[in-house]
Design a binder for this molecule. Structure first.
Ligand SMILES: [Zn+2]
Ligand SMILES: [Zn+2]
Length: 78
């Protein structure tokens, strides 16, 4: 059986407990995941959304200006 560990606290996780960082796709547990409010833009409208991120990416995504670029990378395929 495959096991997973949180990349922050290294706790062993069951599959249903796993959360992924939206930026670097690292594995997180529900205690270590952080949610960031972002502004998403489509051709029709702009709206607020929240995405899960890890501790490492949390400071990055809060930097204005970088946000748009990161979102393009993350959501480019949707
Ligand atoms: Zn954790
Ligand atoms: Zn991350």
């Amino acid at each position: 059986m495959k096991t997973y560990n949180c990349s922050t606290c290294e706790r062993e996780l069951e599959e249903r407990e796993i959360r992924y960082c939206s930026i670097c796709k690292t594995i997180l547990c529900i205690d270590c995941v952080r949610y960031v409010g972002i502004r998403r833009k489509t051709i029709y409208r702009e709206y607020e959304d929240t995405i899960p991120v890890c501790n490492n990416c949390f400071p990055k995504i809060r930097v204005r200006g970088k946000l748009a670029k990161i979102l393009d990378e993350v959501f480019g395929n949707i």
